[in-house]
Structure formats: C-alpha cells, structure tokens
Design a binder for this molecule. Structure first.
Ligand SMILES: [Fe+2]
Length: 194
C-alpha cells in the first residue's frame, strides 16, 4: 500500500448526517464469514460489479492487513472524476486532491465494515444468525444536512449514472439480481451461490 494512503477516509464522520430512511437491513442465506470475505475482497469488483461500480478504477486498488483488520482503497475512475462536482451522486465530503478521492473500505475485525467514499459514509454490520444465514445492517451518512439538497444533487448527477452505471447482464431486474443494477444484490447473489 502506498505510504500516503490512510487506513480511514480523511474526514470526520461525526460531522455528517444520517438519513434514517437510507437504512438497509438484509437477510443473506450464507454464513457470516462468506459475507465478511466478500466485503474484504477487492478482486471481484472488476468482474461482479463491472457495471454497477464503474465509478471506481479497480485496476488501481491498494489493500493490506492492519493488525487484525483489513483495508482496501481504490481511486475514482477518470471518466467519473473529470466532472466529479456534477457526477457525484451526493455532495462531496472529501476535501482531498482529485487523485486521492475514492473509496476507503476497511473491515474491522471480525464483522463491521466501513464504506467510506468521496460522497457517503456507511457502516456494514454483519450479524451471524445460524450457520447458513446472516443479517446485514447498513446505515449511511452524507454531508448535506437537509434532504432537498441531497435530492437536488441526486438529480444533477442522473445523466452520469443513467449512462455509465449499468447492470452486469440484461434480464428481468425484479427477479434476477445480476440484472438489478444494484451492487448489493450482486453481492448477496454471489454469497448465496457459494
Ligand atoms: Fe461486492
């Protein structure tokens, strides 16, 4: 890992705002360790999420253990970065120079992941239930305090998302997770298949 890459995003999540309506709770029919390994693994991003996470440059991923914890980082993709003020789905949080904007993704041992992007900060809490079932609770925080500013940026960036972020395969999106255009659905599917 390059020396300048910090293990956590260079901003303070205590200064961000949580939208309770953004909380996601999912049951995954897989052992919790499969879910944790999926979260930590950066190699699958370029394959499983080639359409849904196209805003990051997976070829530049940096990763490594930090004691019992594991972290990876990847920068924004050039086509996303070149007009990032417009393309970002939510107002930017990170004041870093452009080459350091990206996703910081630590897994705090054993089962609390953080997804710290240039525009959102999320916790990914994996709860074991029984050997072949886990619950994941995901909560997110953003820099815009009021919801209308949040929605305004979402609208402003729609052209980028509609033209660059696509499902992995064509299909019936309500029933086929690989046609869902949602990277979490892709991950749930991969974990359950394993
Ligand atoms: Fe994934």
């Amino acid at each position: 890992m390059e020396a300048w890459i910090t293990q956590l995003a260079p901003y303070d999540p205590a200064e961000l705002y949580e939208y309770p309506e953004g909380k996601i709770v999912k049951t995954i029919k897989a052992n919790w360790k499969i879910v944790a390994e999926n979260f930590m693994d950066g190699y699958h991003l370029a394959h499983l999420h080639s359409g849904t996470l196209a805003m990051y440059d997976h070829s530049k991923i940096e990763y490594g253990f930090v004691g019992s914890h594991f972290v990876f980082w990847e920068p924004c993709a050039p086509h996303y970065l070149e007009n990032i003020e417009q393309n970002t789905p939510f107002r930017l949080i990170d004041p870093s120079p452009p080459e350091r904007l990206g996703a910081y993704v630590p897994m705090l041992f054993p089962g609390i992941g953080l997804s710290e992007s240039e525009s959102s900060w999320s916790t990914f809490h994996i709860k074991p239930v029984v050997p072949d079932s886990s619950i994941v609770e995901m909560r997110s925080k953003f820099s815009a305090k009021d919801y209308s500013a949040f929605k305004k940026q979402e609208k402003r960036s729609a052209r980028f998302w509609n033209s660059h972020i696509v499902a992995k395969f064509e299909g019936d999106s309500p029933t086929d997770p690989m046609a869902s255009d949602d990277f979490m659905e892709e991950d749930v599917y991969a974990c359950e298949q394993q």
